[in-house]
Design a protein around this ligand. Structure first.
Ligand SMILES: Nc1ncnc2c1ncn2[C@@H]1O[C@H](COP(=O)(O)OP(=O)(O)OP(=O)(O)O)[C@@H](O)[C@H]1O
Ligand SMILES: [Mg+2]
Length: 288
């Protein structure tokens, strides 16, 4: 059943409300606290009939896609399929020409700007790690929870016990405990990538978007990244765009859903094994 979004409360309509109520077609209503995402229908992301054109060229062409809460979804597809553009729509970097995009049940992503979407719980990892090279791993994590404007004060602020615990937890998750006092500049490429994911985790995202995170990594670094993302299951939902099929296999396993995009829309969706045997996918992406 498709969630009913038309009568749902929308963040842009009531930014100051502390608690408000949304309804659905069944007549039930549930409390929605701003800052928390209403996933009562089990979806963290819902894209419907999204189209984006650049100078008349349709980068996204009637794309519909949804991600369940706590899912780790891999997205594959040929160059130019629209994978990055789709992430741009989710993060508010690109506005769709048509279609609907919701975070959870009620947050209309097409009506929020990039900072508001990040604030609402969407973290995005870009290919090139953007860490503070002249600060230690620990300081990078401290800076990451400060938000953009207060970062310069963050290092002098007193760490709350909760924040300290969070940093320790993230160091453990990213396997960077032993590097806590090491300058970020001295980390390997793979460690920097893990630190950047750790910095995103400091914001406690509900949905993490990763665009080709294994690009430029050694096999060992790629395996460590796959382990990390598998450890993050249950902490947040994830959408991972990747061309490296061994990496995709280590994330999707035998039962995880893999979405194949081509020409701006979903070409196929299923287990990795099923999509790899799909004639259309072989034709357009994997080759014979
Ligand atoms: N800002 C833009 N202006 C014009 N065309 C764009 C823009 N962004 C993307 N495109 C075009 O839209 C199409 C989809 O691009 P996109 O980067 O989303 O593909 P992708 O699936 O991420 O590909 P890749 O696997 O190579 O990263 C491409 O043909 C690209 O050239
Ligand atoms: Mg791309």
């Amino acid at each position: 059943m498709r969630p009913d979004y038309d009568i749902a409360w929308q963040m842009t309509d009531a930014p100051d409300a502390s608690v408000t109520v949304s309804g659905d077609t069944t007549g039930m209503s549930h409390l929605v606290v701003p800052g928390e995402i209403d996933t009562s229908h089990g979806l963290i992301l819902y894209l419907e009939n999204i189209s984006v054109s650049f100078d008349g060229f349709r980068a996204l062409n009637d794309l519909s896609l949804s991600i369940k809460t706590d899912e780790l979804r891999c997205i594959i597809g040929p160059n130019g399929a629209g994978k990055t553009t789709m992430m741009d729509v989710v993060t508010g970097k690109t506005r769709p020409d048509t279609g609907r995009a919701f975070l959870g049940q009620t947050l209309d992503l097409t009506r929020l700007d990039e900072p508001a979407i990040a604030q609402a719980g969407v973290g995005r990892k870009f290919q090139k790690p953007t860490v503070f090279e002249h600060h230690s791993v620990w300081e990078n994590l401290e800076l990451a929870c400060a938000g953009d404007k207060r970062w310069f004060r963050a290092l002098w602020a007193i760490l709350t016990p909760a924040m300290r615990r969070r940093i320790e937890e993230v160091l453990a998750l990213t396997h960077l405990e032993r590097q806590a006092r090491v300058l970020a500049a001295q980390l390997s490429h793979g460690q920097k990538q893990r630190l950047e994911i750790g910095m995103l985790l400091m914001q406690q995202p509900q949905l993490l978007l990763l665009d080709e995170p294994a690009a430029g990594m050694t096999d060992e670094e790629t395996a460590q990244l796959a382990e990390l993302l598998n450890r993050l299951r249950g902490h947040c939902s994830m959408m991972v765009v990747e061309h490296d099929m061994a990496f995709v296999a280590s994330l999707a396993g035998d039962t995880g859903l893999v979405t194949v995009m081509a020409e701006g829309r979903v070409l196929a969706e299923g287990t990795l094994d099923a999509v790899q045997r799909d004639e259309r996918v072989i034709e357009s992406y994997l080759g014979r």
